[in-house]
Design a binder for this molecule. Structure first.
Ligand SMILES: Cc1cc2nc3c(=O)[nH]c(=O)nc-3n(C[C@H](O)[C@H](O)[C@H](O)COP(=O)(O)OP(=O)(O)OC[C@H]3O[C@@H](n4cnc5c(N)ncnc54)[C@H](O)[C@@H]3O)c2cc1C
Length: 1001
């Protein structure tokens, strides 16, 4: 690779300033590369740094991040962290200023300027040095429409400034045909935009809506670019929005056929890119529209890997660096081969990759105006210099904007530079031999195995039970994939085609019709009957109980392995029926696509997880080992279980409670919620089709007053598994405690009730994360989750900023039928719920101050607007009572102490959250924020089976954890069986004792 050698020769002895150990930043980078723990702390500190607005906060964080005695630290940080607080206010201020100065210098390494004017000055200078540029405005995390609009406006203002400036620019020299253009062919003004920043509600499942909304905002930018003869490039962000960006590119290009200066970034680390690039080139040929591709390797590798791992999706990125490098060369070749229609911008700092592009272009005879080189501002200065002197056509990607939005960019760059696999690190920091750095990456990929399906961090629980594999959560459907969206649309259409059927009871293995029917309706249009369900009366309930009683001994004695087998079969059926089971919930209870799908996935998880758990518990451990005695701890089912289910997770929670009861050997009488009986019936069909013996599972829809009461009070019901409101739950507990005549057992109640969940927003919280995640926790599925956030407790110093962004984010939410994926909120469950929530909104207005309430669609649906009420104090009813709807109480706390005290000041203890980047505050919350499920820096909803076993205490429930390792124990009675194993003075050998027999005396 002669070109590579030449480039290396040109830069010999030079190092990028980032690795210059004579500078603070170089020293710190050096530490990062030697010490992973320090690197983690430093990057986290850099991340939180812009939000540390006072000396006190700065010093405290410095001590928290770097103050531990055993830490290996660069001198200045060590001194700073350990003397933090000792030098009084003056000391803190000096320290603050010193470190702030250095971190800002680090940011300015990569960020051209904070304001446009300064940026124009610097761009002038870069052009004088012979570099072209592409500018990128930081601030891509837009959480509401005002911010998205500002992003667009700021881009337009920037363009206006550049338009003025360009009048005085001399074009960069080149051999192309247009002397006024840079290099004889390229526009001087080149703007890069992040498409998703243009629309705060970009959602893969709402592909069309997202594309249309972004396009409407991009058009004015592109028209301005066209008007000034510039170039626009669409940056590529994460894999989830890749399809949206590509579609935007096609539409923008088609809308302005005659203007060729539009580019799109493609990422070579994505496995999809071969196919995407082929499609794009084919499209360009079909449309006879030339295109420009900025080829990069990709900046979100860690994020993509983690996101895929958390969702159980195959990783979209290659897992070997050489694969990415080889793909980059392959993609570059493909573009160069199609140079008649396709222009290449080679975005790399890797000399091997750059040289490969140069050599391929030369071999294919590609004219100079069909490709250029691009590097990031502040990176690899020697490489860009060498490129300028050899190729001449070098463009610097120059971000500009404020520090806070700039931190995400800075952290990406720091990660990139310090990664073990980074070309820059290997070349400049580690002095890797040139020959090794120039090896063809294709040769470095092992041929005997492919990482095509390697799932790097797929979640799985350690060790499977029996011969079951380790438990893995069912991956969520990925609605970024068109085939998944299409499958869901099809399922919705099929379900709609089958509305209005009559559903019988299921008793003793037989379908049973009754005269009395109840309609289940679509909450988005209560005149639409989803299904008509037969209602059980007391005779049917008696019959079901009889059937269960008859089969109980046989079911109890069925080996646990066999019982678990039925659950696994039901799980398999649920997997096959997944889209259908979800689509029913969309229509029956108004769940959004992703929410409905998550419900089905959770049901499958419960089935599989509890099957595994039962196998683990089956044998029962031997305990208390002493010679001559065997003590076996075993479990047996309680008997007949009543499962009384809620409507908000009509499949998942029903299935979880029923599966736990069944697999532990109990027989089940299942009463679905009267708002979701059709989904209840679908659960019944899963168990029926899995082949459960008749009578083991019985479906008894009916009114709470009669069937519910029967199930709670009958003396033969041993166990009641209930999820629902606190009032009903407490009533069940009370009723269950009263023994009836003929009752020979104490009823067990497993009750999961309500919550009044709070999220604390600390003064150093990342608001780009906190705002959307509080929105998701509060408003997803209209706030009708017991885990939903209903209080947000905000520290005084960030109150105005947070609440302002939050209110505007709520205003951007779309409300309408859950069938339409554009809507984030749908209808609430029924008219009673609607009225109750409206009453609470009125109460909130009286107790506090209405900060926001949305518009609801006209028509028949049971809609409630998302509402935010401020000025709420702990003694207000709005801070204490569960509302179960899209209503958020905002509380302003003086400090973290008060925030924790307020968070705990309700009778509930279900979920809670903290957004904070203070390790000490998180530790404090760990100890003192007293809830069953506590979440840091993420939403307080969406618990996963096996990962976040779910349930609370106090008035939130009886302290059980659905989806956790001890849940099944609540469905069984433990027994201990002790045998004297000694005969005539000898006993079997104890484990660990190698003798033939144990002499006891
Ligand atoms: C002008 C310009 C514009 C850019 N625009 C974008 C953009 O729109 N979107 C975007 O995402 N990025 C963009 N980038 C950033 C770019 O993706 C990174 O700078 C680039 O990945 C660095 O690659 P390199 O060839 O310089 O370095 P190298 O060190 O050779 O390669 C780094 C690449 O290898 C990947 N990698 C590291 N380890 C592994 C592994 N184990 N398995 C597989 N791959 C691995 C990294 O993720 C990274 O992509 C842009 C860069 C430039 C220069």
């Amino acid at each position: 690779m002669a070109r590579g050698e030449e480039l290396f020769a040109a830069i010999r002895g030079e190092a990028p300033s980032l690795f210059d150990r004579n500078r603070w930043v170089g020293q710190v980078m050096d530490w990062c590369m030697r010490n992973e723990e320090f690197k983690l702390r430093l990057f986290r500190f850099v991340d939180v740094f812009p939000s540390l607005s006072t000396d006190e906060s700065f010093t405290r964080h410095l001590a928290e991040y770097f103050g531990a005695e055993d830490q290996d630290l660069p001198a200045v940080l060590k001194w700073g962290a350990r003397s933090a607080g000792r030098g009084g206010k003056l000391g803190a201020a000096i320290l603050n200023r010193f470190i702030r100065h250095n971190i800002e210098a680090m940011a300015h390494q990569f960020i051209l300027a904070e304001e446009s004017e300064k940026a124009v000055e610097k761009l002038n200078k870069l052009r004088q040095d012979g570099f072209a540029f592409s500018v990128d405005l930081l601030g891509e995390a837009t959480v509401n429409e005002e911010e998205a609009g500002q992003y667009v406006e700021s881009n337009l203002a920037l363009l206006r400034g550049l338009d003025e400036a360009q009048a005085s620019w001399e074009s960069l020299p080149g051999t192309g045909p247009a002397p006024d253009a840079d290099w004889g062919h390229a526009p001087s003004v080149n703007l890069s935009v992040k498409p998703t920043a243009c629309y705060s509600q970009t959602r893969p499942q709402d592909f069309e809506g997202s594309v249309a909304a972004i396009l409407a905002r991009l058009e004015p930018i592109y028209e301005k670019v066209i008007g000034m003869g510039g170039f626009l490039c669409l940056d590529m962000e994460t894999w989830q929005t890749k399809g949206i960006t590509q579609e935007l590119f096609r539409r923008l290009r088609s809308n302005h056929r005659d203007y060729p200066h539009l580019g799109i970034a493609l990422q070579s680390y994505l496995r999809d890119t071969d196919g995407d690039l082929a499609d794009l080139v084919a499209w360009a040929n079909r449309e006879k529209s030339s295109i420009s591709v900025r080829l990069v390797k990709g900046a979100y590798w860690d994020f993509e890997t983690i996101r895929a791992g958390q969702n159980g999706w195959p990783s979209p990125v290659y897992t070997r660096k050489a694969e990415t490098d080889a793909a980059f060369e392959r993609h570059a070749r493909k573009i160069l081969e199609n140079q008649d229609i396709c222009h290449l911008a080679c975005g790399s700092h890797n000399i091997r990759s750059i040289a490969a592009v140069m050599e391929t272009a030369a071999a294919l005879g590609v004219p100079e105006d069909r490709y250029e080189f691009q590097v990031l501002y502040g990176m690899a200065e020697p490489v860009r210099k060498a490129l300028l002197s050899t190729a001449g056509r070098v463009r610097l990607y120059c971000p500009l904007g404020e520090m806070i939005p700039g931190m995400a960019y800075l952290v990406r760059r720091l990660l990139e530079n310090t990664a073990n696999t980074s070309f820059l690190r290997q070349s400049f920091a580690e002095g890797e031999a040139t020959e090794r750095l120039l090896i063809d990456p294709a040769e470095q990929i092992p041929h005997d195995e492919s990482s095509a399906e390697v799932n790097v961090a797929s979640p799985s629980m350690a060790g499977g039970s029996g011969d079951l594999p380790p438990f893995r959560n069912r991956p969520a459907v990925n609605f970024a994939l068109e085939n998944e969206r299409e499958a869901f649309r099809r399922a919705l259409a099929e379900v709609r085609g089958g509305l209005g059927h009559v559903y019988p009871l299921y008793i003793g293995g037989e379908e049973r019709k009754t005269e009395k029917l109840a309609d289940s309706v679509n909450p988005a249009d209560p005149e639409e009957v989803v299904g008509r369900v037969c209602l059980a009366g007391l005779p049917e309930a008696e019959e079901a109980l009889d059937a269960a009683r008859r089969v109980f001994p046989a079911w109890r004695d069925t080996p646990a392995r066999e019982r678990a087998g039925y659950l696994l079969k039901a799980a398999e059926l649920a997997r096959q029926r997944r889209a259908n089971l979800a689509a029913w919930q969309v229509l029956e209870i108004g769940k959004q696509w992703d929410q409905a799908d998550a419900d089905v996935a959770e049901a499958v998880d419960f089935l599989v997880y509890y099957a595994g758990e039962m196998l683990r518990l089956e044998e029962g451990p031997v305990i208390g080992e002493v010679p001559g005695e065997e003590n076996r701890y075993v479990y047996q089912p309680k008997g007949i279980a009543a499962v009384i289910a809620p409507w908000n997770f009509p499949l998942a929670i029903s299935c979880g409670m029923a599966a736990a009861a069944l697999v532990t050997g109990n027989c089940v009488l299942f009463k679905p919620s009267s708002l979701t009986p059709v989904t209840g019936r679908l659960l019944t069909e899963l168990f029926r089709d899995a082949g459960l013996p008749p009578g083991v599972f019985n479906f008894l829809p009916g009114p709470g007053g009669s069937i519910g009461e029967f199930l709670v009070s009958h003396p033969d019901i041993a166990l009641i598994a209930f999820t629902g409101s606190m009032d009903v739950g407490l009533n069940i507990i009370r009723r269950a405690a009263e023994p009836r005549s003929g009752q020979s057992l104490v009823k067990k109640v497993v009750a999961e009730m309500g919550g009044k969940n709070a999220i604390i927003i600390d003064d150093d919280a990342d608001l780009d994360e906190a705002v959307p995640q509080v929105i998701a926790s509060t408003f997803s599925f209209q706030g009708q989750k017991c885990s939903a956030c209903s209080r947000v407790i905000v520290l005084d110093t960030v109150y105005n900023l947070f609440v302002n962004r939050l209110v505007k984010a709520a205003a951007a939410l779309k409300i309408g039928p859950a069938e339409d994926p554009a809507n984030t909120l749908g209808p609430v469950a029924d008219e009673t719920a609607r009225q109750k929530i409206f009453d609470y909104i009125e109460l909130g207005k009286a107790e506090g101050e209405l900060l926001f309430t949305g518009e609801i669609p006209r028509g028949r649906g049971w809609y409630v607007p998302p509402t935010i009420i401020g000025g709420i104090r702990p003694d207000h009813r709005l801070a204490r009572e569960e509302i179960f709807g899209p209503v958020l109480a905002v509380m302003r706390a003086a400090d973290f102490d008060q925030a924790i005290a307020w968070a705990n000041a309700t009778p509930f203890a279900l979920t809670g959250g903290v957004f904070s980047r203070s390790p000490a505050h998180l530790d404090r919350a760990r100890r003192e924020f007293n809830v069953g499920n506590l979440y840091f820096n993420r939403p307080c909803t969406a618990a996963m089976v096996g990962r976040q076993p779910f349930g609370g205490f106090h008035l939130s429930g009886t302290g059980t954890k659905a989806g956790g390792p001890d849940y099944l124990l609540h469905f069984m009675d433990p027994r201990v069986i002790t045998e004297n194993t000694m005969r005539r003075g000898f006993a079997p050998t104890l484990p660990g004792n190698r003798g033939d027999a144990t002499p006891v005396s």
